[in-house]
Design a binder for this molecule. Structure first.
Ligand code: NAD
Length: 255
């Protein structure tokens, strides 16, 4: 019952973990404001939610564009008069190492880090008025480990863990909890692209990095995010929840 009548904004909602989270929250009764740069993907997410009896609206927006994000949240205020939950899943996977350019850095920092800041800043006045308000950001196991040619992506994911702690401190006086999930390898369209669509070939390769010896599903991350949004997590803030099948627990001896 706690979910009915609540409004939640989910970025990156056109695909993968964001789409699964939008569907999970909507299935519980949240009206989802689905935000993404991909209009076709957003339409598919909203259609899936409505087909399952839930409610959602699509907002095509680049989270890196501060004014555009503020417009979307102003629309939420005008249309719903409230915003209870924010889930930040949008990200660029731009991975560069020694070949990184200044433009690469600008892009990846603007989308992955400033994008979260833009959404939370714009949403703050509404969240501050919503009892039990919560923000969940999405980092990664990549925040904690070296991977080849990943200066850009991995650095932004580490930044998101620290950004979450700072946000949790500053928003606590308003009763807003802020946490971050760090997924392991999840079979999303992004990962499927990297695997050339061949899950059978790549599941054993990437799955062995996890104690559970498999890839995760977007819905498994979505349920963890929903937990952090819920009153079951009412005394949890400023923390990171790995949803990683034991990736970060496993040292080299586990391989
Ligand atoms: P995905 O590519 O399926 O979804 C990402 C979505 O973000 C896309 O719909 C894309 O259009 C959107 N997006 C990208 N740039 C945007 C922008 N500037 N403004 C608005 N929307 C934008 O990816 P995913 O695998 O579902 O990843 C979701 C989140 O989970 C990301 O933060 C990612 O870093 C994180 N993550 C994923 C994995 C994994 O294995 N899939 C692992 C760890 C962390």
């Amino acid at each position: 019952m706690e979910w009915i009548g609540r409004v939640g904004a989910v970025t990156g909602a056109a695909s993968g973990i964001g789409a699964a989270t939008a569907q999970e929250l909507a299935a519980r009764g949240v009206h989802v404001v689905a935000m993404d740069i991909d209009p076709a993907g957003l339409s598919a997410t909203v259609a899936a939610i409505e087909a399952a009896g839930g409610a959602a609206t699509a907002a095509v927006v680049d989270v890196a564009e501060r004014a555009a994000v503020q417009d979307v949240i102003a629309g939420v205020a005008a249309g719903h008069g409230r915003l209870d939950l924010v889930v930040n899943c949008a990200a660029t996977f731009l991975a560069r190492g020694l070949d990184v350019t200044g433009d690469d850095w600008d892009h990846v920092l603007r989308v992955n880090v400033q994008g979260i800041s833009n959404v939370v800043q714009a949403a703050h006045p509404l969240l501050a008025r919503a009892p039990g308000a919560a923000v969940v950001n999405t980092a990664s196991i990549s925040a904690h480990v070296a991977q080849p040619s990943r200066w850009t992506y991995n650095t932004t994911k580490a930044a998101i863990v620290t950004l979450t702690r700072c946000m949790a401190m500053d928003l606590a006086p308003d009763g807003i909890r802020v946490n971050v999930v760090s997924p392991g390898w999840i079979w999303t369209p992004e990962v499927a692209r990297a695997a050339g669509g061949d899950r059978a070939a790549w599941e054993p390769v990437w799955g062995r990095f996890h104690l559970l010896r498999r890839l995760g599903e977007p819905a498994e991350v979505a349920r963890a995010i929903a937990f952090l949004c819920s009153s079951d997590a009412s005394f949890i803030t400023g923390t990171e929840l790995p949803v990683d099948g034991g990736y970060l627990a496993m040292g080299p001896e586990g391989l």
